[in-house]
Write a protein that binds this ligand. Structure first.
Ligand code: ZN
Length: 169
């Protein structure tokens, strides 16, 4: 997975992109079940060259996020499916209701970056919620090149930025 060369479009090194990143990594972490990490990568690769999105289901503790499973949700942004995503709200609602009283909840949103680094964009920041974890899967020529997880440090309206979060299985 790590030997794939990831294209870095100019905008990814622009000030606007650098501004969405906090200077320090998070001290929390994201733990995936083997199956969930694998599944998230398969969904991202299968959707190439479009951007795919979905929800992470699991639990949150003081150490961070534990992902039990992932669910693909339709990307309803069809005009810019190659570089934007918008979760289908009906898909979100259905999963949220299904999880009621299950002990598990929606703990984050994943999406893919086709032929781009797994680094959040200014658009990603505008739709990010504090308390959710945001894995990004970089897919290059149909193959998963890298996965990074991100959280926001504060409410975005209060100046929150993305912090990188280590992830493990
Ligand atoms: Zn993105």
């Amino acid at each position: 997975m790590s030997d794939i060369e990831i294209p870095v479009p100019e905008r990814f090194v622009s000030d606007a992109y650098l501004e969405v990143l906090a200077s320090q990594d998070s001290s929390q972490r994201c733990i995936f079940s083997d199956f969930s990490l694998q599944n998230m990568q398969e969904i991202a690769a299968k959707g190439y060259p479009n951007e795919i999105c979905g929800l992470l289901v699991g639990t949150v503790s003081a150490e961070g996020w534990q992902v039990a499973e992932v669910r693909e949700v339709e990307n309803i942004n069809q005009e810019r499916a190659a570089d934007r995503f918008q979760l289908d709200p009906a898909g979100y609602q259905a999963i949220d209701s299904e999880l009621r009283r299950s002990g598990q909840e929606i703990i984050g949103v994943f999406h893919s970056h086709p032929d781009c680094p797994a680094k959040p964009s200014p658009t990603d920041l505008t739709s990010a919620w504090e308390g959710f974890v945001y894995p990004i899967v970089s897919v290059v020529q149909g193959q998963v090149a890298e996965v990074h997880c991100w959280v926001v440090t504060d409410e975005v309206s209060m100046g929150g930025k993305f912090q990188k979060l280590p992830h493990y299985t």
